[in-house]
Design a binder for this molecule. Structure first.
Ligand code: NAG
Ligand code: NAG
Ligand code: CA
Ligand code: CA
Ligand code: ZN
Length: 590
């Protein structure tokens, strides 16, 4: 029985994994509030060393608040009356946390926030966001409200954002630092639950423009090699709110601070494990191509990218049917069936190997493990976790293993032909998720070229519908008995089918709408639907027939001839048999 399916054979061998280059945007699901102005002066945090005095002992919360405000006033060059405490509390360690904002003319400057933390009568740390000049003691502030009334401001903001006024919250006037000075503003809230939008805005009382906002709906962002991009040399992009609310109703990261959530647990398995880190759902990264993959910054970039790809795979496969009940990979199934406690464990830069990657898929209810390795052909080494087709390929092993023959058994892709298709599906999903509207059928799609730094990549031919660029056909399978070699043949059938459908029915950059009639979306649904229907240890022929069944169940047989023509072009026509002799005939009716 095969538990590990290896992606890339050592680079020297002609065997390999993946796909092609460059930018476009896979549409992701963004919340309605969109991008409103947000300005917050740079914040400063300082730990304050203890005086060493032990006599102070415990002080009351009231005393602690006074100690905190006196400290902040002196530190920030303001009077105690120019700071307004908003809230304070004392935690289990006896530390009192005091939060508030600067006042001018008795009015709050909304984004001049400060906090101090007091233990045993001494400030242990403080922070402020009064701008880079922490002694902006007397900011220039307008002394009178402008000509725009609250009602006018609300009407304009509602019109501009398309979100209704939230009347439960009474409007207040405050100052806001806009980065180029302080303005008087009306503060109020906009809310539309159907659009998952609830935002507080500050509208300049002179111009009527929204100058600042606070989005109450949790935001998230990941600085990654954003799909459909393929590799880090194409740059890192910040992807905002990429979660599918259908597939991941509780988001991706459980706490917004680590690369750990309901679908994926991604860390470098050192002792202790190193997770990618975030702040309030924002996962930044600063990848440096000139440094080793193992620097802290590059581990962070890899962990965040793998968390992103793992979750995208979860969400997209979910929308095409790999749900809880179908045996998908989740920590909690939220009562939707299937067995839980099996989020994908991703080992970032796993130490057990190099120049490859692998994915072990136990039955539903046991967590799978994805090991991502470094590639050693270059100096510095390259990180397999940053060439997106590699983790997509790996995760697809999990999807195909669970769906084939049902999620309770992991023994259904064990024969050479079935294992070969296991490799092929991984490359195919890699191609589909990195496809762009500008791609063409005969274009050469290379996979794994970044990690090995070779333009030919890691497979024996680029994927293409051109029989010159890629000559593989059904008869090639007779001699291609290594699973990756066999997989390359399978991908060509699927790729011909994909292009028949895209050529005829178009391309959609939005893979999150599985009911779309765009050819690439249909191709993805047919392939995932086929996995559910095919027998345990399918042959190429039975897997093709299962795709035809998926066409029948999902689309009433609409694409039957597009599918047959694709398979026939490369030798799996109507009269092809397990003897692997090429047959290009079509069934009657096509
Ligand atoms: C924001 O995230 C926290 C922590 O995950 C969660 O408890 C809270 O319900 C979320 N709020 C919204 C509006 O999604
Ligand atoms: C990648 O290959 C190119 C061309 O062979 C070479 O110039 C370059 O130095 C290589 N890069 C690394 C990081 O090894
Ligand atoms: Ca499961
Ligand atoms: Ca299975
Ligand atoms: Zn593989």
């Amino acid at each position: 029985m095969r538990t590990f399916s290896i992606v890339l054979a050592l680079a020297a061998a002609a065997t390999t994994v993946f796909a092609a280059p460059a930018p476009d945007n896979v549409a992701l699901h963004r919340r309605a509030a969109g991008k409103l102005p947000f300005y917050f002066p740079e914040s400063v945090f300082e730990a304050v060393p203890s005086s060493g005095k032990t006599s102070l002992g415990k002080v009351s919360e009231e005393q602690a608040v006074k100690i905190a405000t006196d400290f902040l006033a002196s530190k920030l060059g303001i009077t105690a009356a120019e700071f307004q405490v908003a809230n304070s509390f004392t935690d289990a360690s006896g530390t009192t946390h005091v939060y508030g904002a600067q006042l001018a003319n008795g009015i709050r400057i909304a984004n001049h926030q400060a906090a101090a933390h007091v233990q045993n009568g001494e400030v242990v740390a403080f922070s402020s966001s009064f701008g880079t000049d922490q002694h902006l003691a007397k900011p220039k502030v307008p002394t009178a409200l402008g000509k725009v009334t609250v009602d006018q401001a609300i009407a304009k903001a509602v019109k501009d954002t398309g979100i209704a006024h939230h009347k439960d919250f009474a409007a207040v006037s405050e100052y806001v630092n806009t980065g180029s000075g302080i303005v008087y503003a009306h503060k109020f809230q906009l809310r539309d639950d159907a659009k998952e939008a609830w935002v507080q805005v500050w509208v300049d009382a002179n111009t009527g423009a929204i100058v600042h906002s606070a989005d109450f709906v949790n935001q998230s962002s990941y600085k990654v090699v954003a799909l459909p991009n393929l590799k880090p040399t194409q740059g890192f992009t910040t992807v905002s709110n990429p979660e599918s609310s259908v597939a991941s109703p509780n988001g991706w990261s459980t706490t917004g601070t680590t690369t750990k959530g309901n679908n994926v647990d991604a860390s470098k398995k050192t002792s202790p494990a190193v997770y990618g880190t975030g702040t309030g759902g924002v996962f930044d990264s600063a990848w440096d191509s000139a440094s080793a993959p193992t620097t802290a910054a590059n581990v962070q970039a890899s962990a965040v990218n793998l968390f992103y790809i793992g979750n995208v795979m979860h969400d997209i496969s979910y929308l095409y049917g790999f749900t809880e009940a179908a045996g998908n990979f989740q920590l909690s199934n939220n009562g939707k069936g299937g067995k839980a406690n099996d989020a994908v464990v991703i080992s970032v830069q796993d130490a057990s190997g190099t120049n490859n990657a692998n994915f072990a898929t136990p039955p539903d209810g046991q967590a799978p493990r994805m090991n991502m390795f470094r590639f050693t052909q270059t100096t510095p080494n390259r990180d397999g976790g940053l060439e997106n087709v590699i983790p997509i390929h790996e995760y697809t092993h999990g999807i195909s293993n669970r769906l084939t023959g049902g999620s309770a058994t992991g023994q259904c892709l064990g024969t050479t032909e079935a294992g070969g298709m296991g490799e092929g599906w991984g490359d195919f999903l890699g191609l589909v998720l990195t496809a762009k509207s500008s791609d063409t059928a005969t274009q050469a799609r290379v996979v794994g070229d970044y990690v090995v730094n070779k333009s030919a990549g890691i497979r024996s031919y680029p994927y293409s519908t051109s029989t010159t660029t890629n000559p593989l056909k059904y008869s090639s399978l007779a001699t291609r008995t290594e699973v990756h070699d066999a997989g390359e043949v399978w991908v060509e059938f699927l790729w011909e089918m994909y292009w028949n459908l895209v050529t005829k029915y178009g391309f959609s950059a939005d893979l999150y709408s599985p009911k779309s009639t765009a050819g690439n979306v249909v191709a993805l649904q047919l392939v995932i639907g086929g996995m559910m229907a095919q027998p345990c240890n399918p042959t190429f022929i039975t897997a093709r027939n299962a795709i035809l069944t998926a066409d029948q169940t999902y689309y009433g047989g609409k694409y039957k001839c597009d599918i047959w023509k694709a398979f026939a072009k490369r030798g799996m026509g109507n009269s092809a048999t397990s003897s692997k002799t090429d047959k290009t005939d079509l069934p009657s009716g096509c």
